[in-house]
Design a protein around this ligand. Structure first.
Ligand SMILES: Nc1nc2c(c(=O)[nH]1)N[C@H]1C(S)=C(S)[C@@H](COP(=O)(O)O)O[C@H]1N2
Ligand SMILES: [Mo]
Length: 251
């Protein structure tokens, strides 16, 4: 086992033991589970620096059938209109706690500093796929917009609602500034050398390679810098975190 594998197994075991201890304790509730999550986050941060790169792979290792998961074809009227026009009218809005709000077309995004990487996607449901992603570096976009000193998190608002009727709450996610400024954190517009397909989040999706799949917001509509996400939707910083998943899903 390499060092990274060993560490993740050790941390996973520590997590299970902590969880078992929590469950044994009478009246162990959500509060204890939350502190176990915080513990894992701190331990991971101590041992594996958050700035470390996720492993990258060779072209020959790219999965033939990268799975599409969650929303795969948003039905929201604003999305359908953009999609039917080939996303020609799409603009990414970057606002909130920034000095210079941005509104960028896909051509403008493609003209910004970019990165290409072949990485492994890890879904919490237990499957992985390897894919190549190209996109604008989030750090450079945030610098261009100029984060205000109060900004602590970056929120990604998506077009899709996950309910069958597509009238439910829309998907969203958030990350802290360590992940936002991580060199592998990009807003991907290409996958495996081609324009990002609709099932994988066209026209723009997040790659935040040190975290699990559900953090990788697809169908990004708007980005906002915030001081806190308490006031957004369920207050837990993401569609799945609002439904009990951990906000920090480090891998
Ligand atoms: N907007 C949006 N983003 C999303 C989801 C979603 O349903 N809607 N699902 C998440 C989950 S759980 C995973 S595993 C990945 C799946 O990305 P893929 O379809 O490219 O495999 O997208 C994540 N981002
Ligand atoms: Mo997932």
């Amino acid at each position: 086992m390499n060092r990274r594998d060993w560490l993740s197994r050790a941390l996973a075991t520590a997590g299970v033991l902590t969880l078992a201890a929590c469950q044994r304790a009478e009246q162990a509730g959500q509060r204890l589970l939350v502190s176990a999550e915080e513990l894992t986050r701190r331990a991971q941060r101590l041992i594996i620096p958050r700035e470390a790169l996720a492993p990258e792979y060779d072209i020959s290792e790219i999965s033939d059938d990268f799975r599409a998961n969650g929303s795969i074809n948003p039905a929201a009227a604003d999305y359908v209109a953009l999609r039917d026009a080939g996303f020609a009218d799409y603009r990414l809005e970057i606002g909130g706690l920034v000095e210079r709000p941005l509104s960028l077309s896909l051509a403008e995004l493609r003209a910004r500093p970019s990165r290409t990487q072949i990485t492994k996607h890890d879904c919490v449901e237990g499957w992985t796929s390897i894919g190549q992603w190209s996109g604008a570096k989030l750090a450079d976009l945030l610098d261009e917009a100029g984060l205000k000193p109060e900004a602590k998190y970056i929120v990604f608002y998506c077009f899709d609602a996950l309910t069958q009727t597509e009238t439910g709450p829309r998907y969203y996610e958030s990350i802290d500034l360590i992940d936002a400024y991580h060199p592998q954190t990009i807003l991907a517009y290409d996958m495996n050398g081609e324009t990002l397909p609709v099932p994988h989040g066209a026209p723009l999706r997040l790659r935040v390679e040190r975290q699990l799949g559900y953090k990788h917001a697809k169908y990004i509509r708007r980005i906002e810098a915030v001081e806190s996400f308490d006031h957004i939707a369920g207050g837990k910083g993401g569609y799945w975190p609002d439904r009990g998943y951990e906000w920090y899903a480090g891998i």
